[in-house]
Write a protein that binds this ligand. Structure first.
Ligand code: ATP
Ligand code: MG
Length: 565
């Protein structure tokens, strides 16, 4: 975006031109039209930000419309989750919540109008025959033997289709366009089918349902939409969109504009595939924190601000491309770097005993909450004789360039003292390290005589007597490779190590006081979110939103890629 309110992209250019020429009376009215057949994903967020953003930037309106023309796959659960997700992302459709099913009667009347104009006919070919008659890209189609039925016969048959006189699939209503059109979508496409399925809103009132390509332009026109923004796969459907509105004599017709859909590495981006993951219990639900769904990202701990920032950075283009998931991770880091207070949490605890620290003593040391945001102030962290550090931060036989704790070596404890490893306590039978005994330098804290002493490593830690145990979930990408999931065996690329659950992690008191929904940076470990579903009072569960190392910032610096920090 150029500035906060004025996007620069080819869609905004079209709108600028339309407003200049006074098209649509200068109005801008968009809509976000999900089909309620699954939960929204981050690709939908791109469309939501675009539609609501374009409307807001141009003093216009954006509707939320459910494209509910396919009753067998749709459900109120999805209708509700979609509204929650759009609202959570920060957008407001005011009193303009609509359903294509609101227009079923109007759509039916429009179909009769097309019949009366000789622009639609009832066809008795089987679905298989319709496919055969359609031809291919290189071979023109063949007229249906029912194409020249009289208007009277068509009206009679269509009314009887509605009245339920014919079995499912036995007849369809088709547009009468051109079986030789180079565009397959224009070869007499089906407008209505017979389907006895209970609709989540209209119940059993209908046994014929309109096709998407027919219902969509009419719904847009009825709502006064000016710019009907959709993804590229609908480009070849645009002539049908226009044909429908022209032949129904709509004035001030909306313009369909296509943009590239978002694809992300290391995940899949289709409700059908996401539903399969849920139904086959390969994830724990639509809101599993590994899912690219809005509800999954929310449960993981993502903020709406970070998602909107991501959608701004990827921009809007005409050509399909795959975006590195590292950019999404970069956006949440940028957001939380300013917002999330730092605390110390030890994920895999190793006991440290300070032999020269008095057993009964506790010092409450001052620690800054966020070096990036001094307004967040400071807190007190308890320090005592027995501490925990990360198991990984100690090595009995340190490899080269290991600057953490090892026998005879010194490290600094963050916000506290320098300690030196004096001896290791091991389990005789297994050889496992049970504890590390150290001494501390009482003068090494800020203000002390040896405060300026340099040591190579600084470790996070918690006081054993003050720590609260917690469960921590570490996530990795849901899919191991960077690919969109188009291929047959896409499930083979599921990452078997996408979730690691750690019990008995130790938190400093400030983190232990977390409320569900709070976010922190655990020093050196990443950004974490107190899971609002699984956390219990006194037994928090934290989801790692993202680790600290930013592969995107590195890549974008090296390549000068757009969107980099
Ligand atoms: P899916 O293939 O995931 O089921 P869809 O396009 O069938 O997606 P809809 O509910 O029909 O899902 O989509 C609602 C709107 O969101 C449409 O305008 C669609 O173009 C847009 N949309 C869907 N997926 C993406 C994506 N990956 N990137 C950008 N926009 C998308
Ligand atoms: Mg769809």
């Amino acid at each position: 975006m150029g500035d906060a309110t004025r996007p620069t992209n080819f869609i905004q250019n079209i709108i600028d031109e339309d407003r200049r020429t006074g098209k649509h009376g200068g109005r801008v009215h968009t809509r976000f039209p999900p089909e309620p057949n699954g939960y929204l994903h981050i690709g939908h967020a791109k469309s939501i930000c675009l539609n609501f953003g374009i409307a807001a930037a141009n003093g216009g309106l954006c509707n939320l419309r459910f494209d509910d023309t396919n009753p067998s796959k749709e459900d109120v659960e999805y209708v509700e989750s979609i509204q929650e997700d759009v609202r959570w992302l920060g957008f407001d459709w005011g009193d303009r919540l609509f359903y294509a099913s609101d227009y079923f009667e109007r759509l039916y009347e429009c179909a009769e109008e097309l019949i009366r104009k000789g622009k639609a006919y009832v066809c008795d070919l089987s679905p298989q025959e319709i496919r055969e008659y359609r031809g291919t890209l290189t071979r023109p189609g063949k007229d249906s033997p029912y194409r020249n039925r009289s208007v009277e016969e068509n009206l009679d048959l269509f009314r009887r289709m509605r009245a339920g006189e014919f079995p499912d699939g036995s007849r369809v209503l088709r547009a009468r366009i051109d079986m030789a059109s180079p565009n397959l979508n224009m070869r007499d496409p089906v407008l209505y089918r017979i389907l006895r399925a209970t609709h989540h809103r209209t119940g059993d009132a209908w046994c014929i349902y309109p096709m998407y390509d027919y219902a969509h332009p009419i719904s847009d026109a009825l709502e006064g939409i000016t710019h009907s923004i959709c993804t590229l796969e609908f480009e070849d459907h645009r002539p049908l969109y226009d044909w429908t509105l022209e032949n129904l004599d709509f004035e001030d017709r909306p313009q369909q504009i296509e943009f590239a859909r978002l694809e992300l590495t290391h995940t899949v981006m289709s409700k059908r595939l996401l539903r399969q993951l849920v139904e086959e219990k390969l994830v724990q639900g639509w809101d599993d924190p590994r899912m690219p769904t809005i509800s999954g990202l929310r449960r993981r701990g993502y903020t709406p601000e970070a998602i909107r920032d991501f959608c701004d950075r990827i921009g809007v283009a005409k050509a399909n491309s795959v975006v590195d998931i590292a950019l999404l991770e970069h956006c949440i880091r940028e957001d939380l770097n300013r917002r999330a207070p730092r605390v110390m949490a030890v994920l895999r605890p190793l006991r440290v005993v300070l032999e020269n620290y008095p057993p009964d003593r506790v010092e409450w040391l001052e620690a800054e909450n966020n070096p990036e945001n001094p307004a967040q102030g400071t807190r007190k962290v308890p320090f005592s004789r027995e501490l925990y550090i990360e198991r990984d931060d100690f090595a009995e036989n340190p490899p080269a360039k290991f600057f953490r704790l090892a026998p005879g070596r010194e490290v600094r404890l963050k916000h506290a003292y320098i300690i030196k490893c004096e001896r290791v306590v091991k389990d005789d039978a297994t050889g496992e390290v049970l504890a590390v005994h150290c001494t501390y330098d009482p003068e090494s804290r800020s203000g002390g005589a040896t405060a300026g002493r340099k040591v190579k490593g600084t470790l996070h830690w918690v006081s054993a007597g003050h720590a609260l145990p917690a469960t921590v979930r570490l996530y990795d990408h849901l899919f191991v490779e960077a690919a969109g999931g188009q291929e047959e065996d896409w499930l083979a690329r599921l990452n078997p190590r996408s979730l690691e659950e750690l019990k008995g992690c130790m938190l400093e008191p400030a983190a232990a006081a977390a409320q569900p929904g709070d976010r922190f940076q655990f020093l050196r470990q990443g950004y974490f979110f107190a899971d609002p579903v699984d956390s219990q009072p006194g037994a928090p569960v934290f989801n790692r939103i993202v680790a600290l190392r930013d592969s995107w910032a590195k890549v974008s610096k090296a390549e000068g890629a757009p969107g980099g920090a």
